[in-house]
Write a protein of this length. Structure first.
Length: 115
C-alpha cells in the first residue's frame, strides 16, 4: 500500500476503480487539510477512531458549516463546495470519493422506432 505523507498525518489509497476511490487517513491532533473543492467528485468522510471536524462553505455568506465526526460517523461533501478537515483527536478515517453518472447524459436528435 502506497503511503503519502501530509502535514496533518498520512494517507493511503486502498481502492481506485471506475468511479470510486477510497483513502485511509491517519491524522495527528491539530493537523488540517487545505481548503479545496472537487469539480466532479462527491467526498464522504467515515471515522473509525478519533475525531475530525469537517468544514464546508455551502453558501455565499462566507460562514462555514462545521460538523465534528467521531467513531462511526459520516459526512458527505458534494462536488463544487470548498471544504477542509481538521483533526480534533488523533484519528483513523476514510475518504470515499465517487463520481455520479448523469442520467440526463443523453441528447437525442430523433426517436427510435421500427420499419
Amino acid at each position: 500500500m502506497e503511503v503519502q505523507g501530509k502535514y496533518w498525518g498520512k494517507t493511503s489509497p486502498i481502492f481506485h476503480r471506475n468511479n470510486v476511490e477510497i483513502h485511509r487517513l491517519e491524522g495527528r491532533k491539530g493537523g488540517f487539510s487545505s481548503e479545496h473543492l472537487h469539480r466532479a467528485k462527491s467526498n464522504m468522510f467515515v471515522v473509525e477512531r478519533g475525531k475530525i471536524r469537517i468544514i464546508a462553505w455551502k453558501d455565499r455568506s462566507g460562514r462555514p458549516d462545521e460538523t465534528v465526526l467521531g467513531p462511526g460517523d459520516t459526512s458527505i461533501v458534494p462536488p463544487g463546495l470548498y471544504h477542509k478537515f481538521e483533526v480534533v483527536e488523533d484519528c483513523v478515517a476514510y475518504e470515499i470519493y465517487w463520481v455520479e453518472l448523469d442520467p440526463e447524459d443523453i441528447k437525442r436528435r430523433n426517436h427510435g422506432g421500427t420499419r
